[in-house]
Design a protein around this ligand. Structure first.
Ligand code: ZN
Length: 276
């Protein structure tokens, strides 16, 4: 699943490639990708110019010059591709935005889980899918005053709590494992048992991790490729995620993989001791 840094990389690629372009028409090959009426979607986007592409957590927000915005979530495997030749799109490309300059933006999604929704630009941030999101790393709201009470409210394992997008948003499975390794916190520690220092460490590590990952262009686990066809390089810097059986960089203890809240979880049993 693309995580927030990958989505940010996609956003930057899209700004470079399609910002300022005007849609001539939208070709819908698989309508369920579009939330609500796909006919209305096509009508409203004809002649619409893309004036900006924003992001909130893992949602991409395309702003058009007609007062509407498209909220797009890539879910498991969604990707955007920019092409000049229609034949370059395979059968997994379900939505194609044809631009007036002849180029095209295709949305490719093998598992068809991604969704697009058109809303009034003035109502984007009030959309239910966005209002329930917690603060995200690198934003002004991602500070101790906001995050500490959000974490303390929970008895569940810190791993599970950090994955809950209503508590903090933008940290997926890879980054939570990395953040907890950096913070030296066992993933099964009850959230409300963490110290203030632990929470500050989580905040600092999350900011650092996400910043580094964005600079590196996101991770390349599974099939992630950004809209320009570049692969991210962040997997080379992973300390815990996907490192089971390898020695911990800090103490040489073998990294273990367990399940926490149903999710594969990687940690160093020496650096990240469970505090009861
Ligand atoms: Zn260690």
């Amino acid at each position: 699943m693309p995580e927030m840094p990958e989505v940010e990389t996609v956003r930057r690629g899209l700004v470079e490639l399609v910002k300022g372009k005007t849609i001539e028409h939208v070709e819908v090959r698989y309508a369920p990708i579009i939330d609500d009426d796909s006919q209305m979607f096509q009508t409203l986007l004809s002649d619409a110019k893309i004036i900006d592409i924003r992001r909130r957590a893992k949602f991409l927000i395309f702003d058009f010059d007609n007062g509407y915005s498209m909220i797009s979530h890539l879910r498991m495997e969604g990707k955007y591709q920019v092409r000049d030749n229609i034949d370059d799109f395979d059968k997994h490309v379900h939505i194609i935005f044809h631009f007036t300059d002849g180029s095209m933006l295709g949305y490719r999604d093998v598992r068809k889980f991604g969704r697009m929704k058109l809303v009034k630009t003035s109502e984007v941030l009030a959309n239910k899918s966005l209002t329930k999101l917690g603060p995200e790393p690198l934003s002004p709201e991602f500070n101790f005053e906001n995050i500490y009470p959000r974490i303390m409210r929970h008895k569940k394992s810190i791993k599970t709590v950090l994955l809950d997008q209503s508590v903090v948003s933008g940290l997926g499975n890879i980054y939570v494992d990395e953040v907890l390794w950096m913070s030296k916190i066992h993933p099964e520690t009850s959230a409300n048992k963490l110290t203030k220092k632990d929470v500050q460490n989580i905040i600092d590590a999350s900011n650092e991790e996400i910043k580094t990952a964005i600079e590196a262009g996101g991770t390349t686990i599974r099939s992630y490729v950004d809209s320009r066809g570049n692969s991210g390089t962040f997997q080379l810097m992973l300390h815990a995620y996907d490192q089971e059986g390898q020695p911990c960089e800090r103490c040489q203890t073998i990294i273990e993989k367990i399940k926490v809240g149903g999710r594969g979880t990687h940690f160093c049993p020496n650096c990240q001791k469970l505090v009861k």
